[in-house]
Design a protein around this ligand. Sequence first.
Ligand code: MG
Length: 162
Amino acid sequence: MNSSHPRIGLGSDRHRLVEGRLCRLGGIDFECPVGPLGHSDGDAVLHALCDALLGAAGLDDLGTLFPDTDPQWSGADSSQLTAAVVDRVRERGFRCVSADLVVQCDRPKIGPKRTELRAKLAELLQLPADAVNIKGKTREQVDSGVEAVDVTAVVLLVAESL
Ligand code: MG
């Protein structure tokens, strides 16, 4: 399937942050006492990004492609899942031209690793770094005692030939 019109995709993800978990977000490891709980590495940034890509391409969603009941994906590196999603999008005749993300968590702090995150996401999406943005926001003390990371991602796809 192909389309000459650009397509917007929206994705979101939320993971609880718990002690003793590797804190990996956007494919970057943070030094942080808490990390996202999940069947894979719990990388909510990449999961939201993947769902945005899949949504724009008219595919299903990350949970359908890589079920969290499948032991194959236990502890999976979400960078590999993202590379597979980028391939699926390309197979559908689209390429990503921009991505923008918002990460809400009180820790880790996103700002100090923003440049690194943009570079990593751009590498995964095969885009220049200035076509990718990621912003960290605090949760403004509105949590109900459960620490979590929430991510929203939007992407723009165009037909591969454009
Ligand atoms: Mg997830």
